[in-house]
Write a protein that binds this ligand. Structure first.
Ligand SMILES: [Zn+2]
Length: 223
């Protein structure tokens, strides 16, 4: 992917129209909106932040990843993550059974946080992303797409699959010497779902999504 640098605005002259300007998200440097082609990106000349990236087939690629992640959601949460054999007692754990276990052992607030951050919010995020991608080509659905994409940005900070995965890995490391431990299909699905989500976040270039959602004409050409 080739790289281009934005052109900083000369403050001694009159400012061009707002539509032709762009500000760096990291250091607020004001620049002329760079014109970039397929598979090109524009970075801030001051701090190096990647401001705009134009990916080819962004919508199709992202749709495939969103559907993959959604298909993996049920097995990742309801199939066994690990089975544990300790002193003759066998236990099979899923993400959902972990939430239920916390709830019944008197830790309802923790159960609620785990349920929200590892199940409900990641699911809502994926549904929002899927609906945003589906709404892009249809002019009548774009206002809804804009609302959903805003909601997705609010939800982003609350989905913590990575933290949950680290929690699982730490418990595996701690338990591996004490008990007979086997990883289940759920673990593979959980990791695959997380990777699909990370890839989806990288593929869904925000500038391309906002451009496609705010276009007046048919958006096929730019997605
Ligand atoms: Zn910058």
């Amino acid at each position: 992917m080739s790289q281009d640098s934005g052109q900083p605005v000369d403050r001694s002259q009159a400012l061009p129209p707002l539509a032709e300007l762009i500000a760096c998200h990291e250091c607020d440097l004001l620049m002329h909106h760079p014109h970039i082609g397929e598979e090109q990106k524009a970075c801030c000349p001051r701090c190096g932040y990647e401001m705009i990236v134009h990916r080819t087939q962004m919508r199709r690629r992202s749709l495939a990843l969103a559907i993959t992640a959604l298909l993996l959601f049920i097995p990742a949460n309801f199939l066994p993550i690990m089975s544990l054999n300790l002193l003759g007692q066998n236990a099979v754990d899923t993400v959902w059974s972990g939430v239920v276990g916390l709830y019944h052992s008197g830790m309802q607030p923790v159960a609620l946080v785990v349920f929200l951050c590892s199940m409900l919010i990641p699911l809502l995020k994926l549904v929002c992303q899927l609906l945003v991608l589906l709404s892009m080509p249809f002019k009548a659905m774009r206002p809804l797409g804009i609302q959903l994409y805003r909601t997705y940005h609010h939800l982003r900070e609350w989905g913590m699959l990575e933290v949950y995965l680290f929690g699982i890995l730490v418990s595996i490391v701690k338990l591996i010497d004490l008990a007979d431990l086997h990883l289940g299909v759920g673990m593979a699905c959980f990791i695959a779902m997380m990777l699909a989500q990370v890839w989806l976040e990288v593929s869904m270039s925000p500038h391309q999504v906002w451009d496609a959602l705010s276009e007046e004409e048919d958006g096929h050409a730019r997605t």
